[in-house]
Design a protein around this ligand. Sequence first.
Ligand code: 3SL
Length: 239
Amino acid sequence: MTQDVHHTKSIDVCLTPELLHQYSLDNKIAVIVDILRATSCMVTGLAHGVKEIVPVSTLEECLALQSQGYLAAAERDGSRAEGFDMGNSPFEYMKERVVGKKVAVTTTNGTLTLNKSLDAKEILIGAFLNIAALTEYLKLQEEDIIIVCAGWKGKFNLEDTLFAGALCHALKNDFEFACDAPLAAEAMYLTAKNDMASYMKNSAHAKRLGKLNVIDDIEFCIQESIYDVIPVLYGESLV
Ligand code: 3SL
């Protein structure tokens, strides 16, 4: 007699990359999220015609790619690092100069988180900007999902958790919550969803960016589903 074994698909949330050692990424789809602003920039860039994006962890790796002809984008503590072509604003990723170009990028938390998640079967980039397309794609997949929040220097942050909650909420009929993190993230999202902008205003990184005068970036990054692209890591590049 053959047994009918059904795999119940699950979705989990890793609230900061410092907790990644608690999770197995084997055979899972990892959705990397850094709402302010790395993954929002990646989605924006590919939606506006960037050819590919190579996420690297260090400034040195990024400079090495610049010398090979890549446009080099680098952010540290919210600002463009010295000697690089671009910083980490989504508006820079809409300019004519990026169309058809390869971009190498390093950011404080986002690219580091991605590079810590390489054991996953598939790596996708999530943002509010592409959440509807991402949801539709993920619903059709058989693998378990882990949303990896970039946080800030190893700590929890509000905006990535809100996104994780939104995605868990959208997928809850298709995937079971693997632990309490998806539950908590969903509860936070449901509290915030009617006025995401006010809720996020109190977040540490929104305040940090506010001091740097980049309020427009925050407003841009919390828009939902304005792009259909789902960046996927293919080799070393997001395409
Ligand atoms: O840490 C990161 O990856 C960045 O997104 C931070 S910032 O928004 O560019 O300051």
